[in-house]
Design a protein around this ligand. Structure first.
Ligand code: XLS
Ligand code: NI
Ligand code: NI
Length: 438
């Protein structure tokens, strides 16, 4: 039981763009300085437990396709220990500085809430030892409030307050555990906080319930002295037909309405952005612009499929533009880049996990180096600055500074015979410019 799950794999090294070794990084050089920080610190990469170690490769039409030894261990706690050992072997060999997990990914659910807590404690003790041994840190913890049938009608938004109470039990425990493991943040994805039909749903009440839950969580966070960010993860649909945390703008409006906007930020997922009809870059720009940016779930969707396919990121242009926006906005504070991404079902070899993460990390690294060039070159930023130059002139400043009323401005337009000339937005020129960096 104690042998390696990845026997042929050594620690993955950076070998440079010309390397032919599929088990090496070609761009991810953790020590390379990018805009004043080590690349590893700019990216803060995390491997997620659920897709990479807890999911057996099943889909709604078929069984698991991944032959992992811990799926065959009948004692659930022993299985969890084997899974933990393998996961840390993987983090260590990959060199990911962080990982993320849900309570139920890492330890089995027991017959009662108390038994589940006990199971969690047993495995967390072992996880803590592995974290010390490997120096791998926790980017964020979270609770699974969506898999068990008790949550079929939502957790905080459930019509039954006992379900709300059960969810409180799980979240308090996971906040304690995240704090104990010195986690950098805590995530709340509204798994089934939404509805299937308005015929049985009181939307206003459910919003009040969700807000109450979030205030309780933030009160508890302060009580235990947890310093990480609380992060909401927007998603428009799936599993429910309509999720309340639809997109970043919807989440922001909700937080403001319930006066929670100083306490919560967002964890933006690429594939969720697409499902909500936005680009990933749009969601990042919106969050940064409104001071609620927290962290990223890295993956990609498929243009031809309308669901959360959670594929590993490999679109260089998308990543470069997101990194350009993010780095101009100051980069991460305690957030990072969590690979909320899974293998395809046919990628059933253990080493496919390495190929997926190496490719993802190289894409992030390469996109970041491209973004650094864009920023240092300044051409793209100058084009935007020039486009709004008028607003730094007298007219613009008098309007935004509140020094003229509508009537005064209207009079000025008449008196001066103002006649604005249309100017090109130069989209194609800018698109060509972006391609020159790629
Ligand atoms: C599902 C979500 C989930 C969260 C964590 O679509 O992305 O994986 O990131 O609960
Ligand atoms: Ni996610
Ligand atoms: Ni997702």
């Amino acid at each position: 039981m104690s042998q390696s799950f990845f026997p042929g794999v050594e620690r993955i090294r950076y070998e440079g763009p010309n390397s032919e070794n599929p088990l090496a990084f070609r761009y991810y050089d953790p020590n390379r300085m990018v805009l004043g920080k080590r690349l590893e610190e700019q990216l803060r990469v995390a491997v997620c437990y659920w897709h990479s170690f807890a999911w057996p490769g099943s889909d709604i039409f078929g069984h698991g396709t991944f032959d992992r030894p811990w799926f065959k261990v009948s004692n659930p706690l022993e299985a969890a220990e084997l899974k933990l050992k393998t996961a840390f072997e993987f983090f260590e060999k990959l060199g990911s500085p962080y990982f993320t997990f849900h309570d139920r990914d890492i330890a089995p659910e027991g017959a009662t809430l108390r038994e589940s807590h006990d199971n969690l404690d047993r495995i967390i003790e072992k996880a803590q030892a592995e974290m010390q041994r490997t120096s791998v840190k926790l980017l964020w913890g979270t609770a699974n409030l969506f898999s068990h049938p008790r949550y079929m009608g939502g957790a905080a938004t459930n019509p039954d307050p006992e379900v709300f109470a059960y969810a409180a039990g799980q979240v308090r425990k996971m906040l304690d555990v995240t704090h104990q493991l010195a986690g950098a943040n805590y995530v709340l994805w509204g798994g089934r906080e939404g509805y299937e039909t308005l015929l049985n749903t009181d939307m206003k009440r459910e919003a009040d319930q969700l807000a109450r839950f979030l205030s309780m969580v933030c009160e508890y966070k302060h009580k235990i002295g947890f310093k990480g960010l609380l992060l909401i993860e927007p998603k428009p649909k799936e599993p429910t037909k309509h999720q309340y945390d639809f997109d970043t703008a919807t989440v922001y409006a909700f937080l403001q309405r319930y006066r929670l906007d100083k306490e919560y930020k967002v964890n933006i997922e690429a594939n969720h952005a697409i499902l909500s009809g936005h680009s990933f870059q749009h969601e990042v720009a919106y969050a940064l612009g409104n001071g609620i940016f927290g962290s990223l779930d890295m993956n990609r969707g498929d243009d031809l499929l309308g669901w959360d396919t959670d594929q590993f990121p490999n679109d260089l242009q998308e990543i470069a533009l997101v990194m350009h926006t993010l780095l101009k906005g100051g980069g991460f504070s305690s957030g990072g880049m969590n690979f909320d991404a899974k293998l395809r079902r046919q990628s059933s070899d253990p080493n496919d996990l390495f190929h997926a993460h190496i490719g993802g990390m190289d894409t992030l690294a390469r996109g970041t180096l491209i973004a650094e060039q864009m920023i240092q070159d300044g051409k793209l930023d100058r084009a935007v600055e020039e486009r709004y130059a008028g607003w730094r002139g007298e007219l613009g400043e008098s309007i935004l500074g509140g020094r003229v009323s509508l009537a005064e401005l209207a009079d000025q337009a008449l008196a001066k015979g103002i006649d604005p000339k249309p100017r090109s937005g130069r989209q194609e020129y800018l698109e060509n410019l972006v391609n020159r960096y790629l």
